[in-house]
Write a protein that binds this ligand. Structure first.
Ligand code: RUQ
Ligand code: CUA
Ligand code: CA
Length: 647
């Protein structure tokens, strides 16, 4: 029997499988054994979910409804959520709300070994002594890469507000593959990839990721100028989507909150709640007007090319001056500060690319800014930036974020009112122009409770489909069985396909899903197994396995193949620096092995055809069992090796 993936998944008659497990139990070598328990599984992907008008609808015979997914059926959407100060990214299915996976990014994950393996440490970054530089993070916003105005299934970008990093998750493996450190800033909050190039129209995909800094600091921040609060500044940062190098920054007045990008690639926007540049609570709320700030990307990049830049401290990143004083002529300006009411929060662009909807937060209003008018301001055709505002509807208390349905309606979360308000973009524009008969607010829905982000299916793309809105609520209070002082939060699924919004599902989520996106499932194309050749340190054959010594540095090359490790034991000496390289030679999808060492604080997994390594000091003499932590086979418990550390 071969390890061929398809063969292994073919259903086997019950008796045959019993006989097979019996033989597997007595023999430890041979490729066919790797089938193990995986052989019991039927190919789930062969069972298509119900297609058609009702997403996720399961046949009535299975007891499913339009909004539930019957056992054995698949969801129609993926939902990716940033996990807030848990530091990871989560993957759910919709409409079921089932959680599939947690992708460690800025956190430490002892199941996967994130922050433990050498490979993950290299991505996170290390101190000179080899320890990880940071083991905490706060992920607020995550957005996938775009091609042609919609998701291309390649990458997901996610911020870390605590340590000012931007991470990239590959959507084919659903693993973090790069993390960039942003210089000169603190409180990296809003982030959004661009959707095409502002100059070269042949580049219709994401090449830049924009990052907003919420907190202002002295520049450079080395302990000088700490009392000169008026000189504290924030910067807006551009990161290259492929290399993940920081391309440039813009010095601004005020701060950055959320970030949005235009569909034509020309503009990036950020809301500003602290135009006062205050450091205290009353200072930040003293002005009646704050801003939505627009960046002219082509002009900024031309200035970078022309060398009209400066740098701060030991950072080499070129910084362009985007302050008001340096940008008085619209025709050459890098930035446009559009005044909008008090302490705004979210900014979201409508899927037709025409409007930026800013949510008022401390003002009960939303501000609608027209994209074409901002471009006109940059051409010198408008007198005041404020002329770009085309509507300012009253929405309710504590507006935070706006989503769209692609049918001309907007849905804004109201934190204080605990509501979603559905409003007409057209109606709001007409009312702003003085039409007393214009209907603005179309519906209000109570949510449970205090919504932060609301987001719709495909709603941040040209393929916005207007089927679902999810309200990620900050408090669940009485909605679920109590689990101690810390409650889960509520992710509520709302059907927005009709005139009235309808809550169809309450989904508890562990703290703190912050922002999410909903992607049609066929856009995501996950790989089934890794490619052995992608790992330069792979242990490809059993003959390569063994203990290799170079002074007091010892490399132990190991293979996992169900249900055994290639070395039943290995010897090192106390004081050695030991590197264990483990390749999983199993080729069957989902046949993952784990590797943990007793009392050495080592634990990680290797997926099929993947290689990982750990390095540690063998500082304790004795016998230390190493065992497979990931249930892989009937003989999983027996899948062990022995590390012998000689005194
Ligand atoms: S911000 S809850 Cu961190 Cu996304 Cu508005
Ligand atoms: Cu290998 Cu469990
Ligand atoms: Ca303010």
């Amino acid at each position: 029997m071969s390890q061929d993936h398809n063969q292994s998944l073919a259903p086997m008659p019950d008796t045959g499988r019993r006989r097979f497990l019996n033989t597997a139990a007595v023999s430890l070598a041979g490729a066919g054994l790797a089938v193990g328990l995986a052989a019991c599984k039927q190919d789930a992907t062969a069972t298509p979910a119900v297609a058609g008008a009702a997403p996720g609808a399961a046949p009535a015979a299975h007891g499913g409804s339009e909004y539930s997914v019957a056992p054995g059926q698949l969801d129609t959407y993926y939902m990716f959520s940033s996990a807030g100060h848990a530091g990871d990214v989560r993957v759910f299915g919709l409409p079921s709300g089932r959680e599939f996976k947690r992708i460690p990014v800025f956190n430490t994950d002892c199941m996967i070994g994130w922050g433990i393996t050498n490979e993950s440490k290299a991505i996170i970054g290390t101190n000179p002594d080899g320890t990880v530089k940071y083991n905490t993070g706060d992920t607020h916003h995550l957005h996938p890469s775009y091609t042609d105005g919609t998701y291309d299934g390649k990458y997901l970008f996610v911020n870390d507000k605590i340590n000012c990093r931007l991470a990239r998750v590959r959507l084919d493996t659903m693993e973090c593959d790069k993390i960039a450190q942003l210089p000169n800033i603190q409180g990296f909050h809003g982030t959004f990839p661009d959707k095409r190039d502002p100059v070269d129209s042949s580049i219709n995909h994401t090449t830049r990721v924009f990052c907003g800094a919420e907190f202002s600091v002295p520049l450079p921040n080395f302990g000088k100028g700490i009392d000169d609060v008026a000189a504290y500044r924030s910067l807006f940062t551009c990161v290259d989507a492929e290399s993940m190098e920081v391309r440039w920054q813009v010095l601004i007045d005020g701060n950055c909150e959320l970030v949005a990008t235009s569909y034509d690639g020309k503009l990036a926007a950020t809301t500003q709640y602290n135009t006062e540049m205050g450091t205290s609570f009353p200072d930040m709320m003293s002005a009646e007007w704050d801003s939505c700030l627009f960046f002219n990307i082509a002009r900024i990049e031309q200035a970078v090319k022309d060398g009209k830049v400066k740098t701060y401290g030991d950072s080499k990143v070129p910084v362009v001056d985007g302050t008001k004083a340096a940008n008085t002529d619209p025709k050459t300006a890098f930035t446009c500060y559009v005044p909008i009411p008090k302490n705004p929060h979210g900014v979201n662009i409508s899927p037709d690319g025409k409007y930026y909807a800013c949510a008022g937060k401390l003002s009960p209003s939303g501000s609608l800014i027209e994209h074409e008018k901002v471009l006109k301001w940059f051409e010198g055709e408008l007198k005041e930036p404020r002329e770009t505002v085309v509507a300012e509807p009253d929405l309710g208390l504590g507006p935070l974020h706006t989503a769209f349905d692609g049918r001309g309606n907007a849905y804004t979360t109201l934190f204080l009112d605990s509501q979603i308000v559905k409003w007409s973009i057209d109606g709001a524009i007409k009312a702003y122009q003085g039409d007393k008969n214009a209907t603005v607010v179309l519906d209000r829905l109570d949510v449970h409770y205090q919504p932060g982000h609301g987001f719709t299916s495909m709603g941040e793309t040209r393929e916005c489909d207007g089927k679902f809105l999810v309200s990620d609520n900050k408090f669940s209070k009485d909605r679920f069985l109590p689990v101690g002082p810390l409650h889960p939060e509520t992710s509520q699924l709302i059907d927005i396909s009709g005139d009235k919004m309808v809550i169809v599902h309450d989904n508890p989520v562990s703290s703190e899903p912050h922002d999410s996106i909903i992607i049609r499932r066929e856009i995501i194309r996950p790989v089934k197994i890794y490619n052995l050749d992608d790992f330069p340190n792979a242990v490809k054959e059993h003959k390569d396995s063994g203990v290799f010594r170079d002074g007091n540095k010892v490399t132990v090359k190991l293979i996992s193949q169900a249900p055994a490790f290639s070395l039943p034991e290995f010897r090192v000496k106390k004081g050695d620096e030991v590197t264990i390289v483990l390749t999983n030679l199993d080729k069957i999808e989902d046949l993952t092995h784990g590797f943990a060492i007793q009392r050495y604080n080592i634990n990680f997994i290797v997926n099929p055809q993947e290689t990982k390594s750990v390095t540690f000091k063998a500082d304790k003499a004795g016998v230390f069992w190493c065992y497979c932590t990931h249930f892989c086979h009937a003989m999983h418990m027996e899948m062990r090796s022995r590390m012998i550390v000689e005194a």
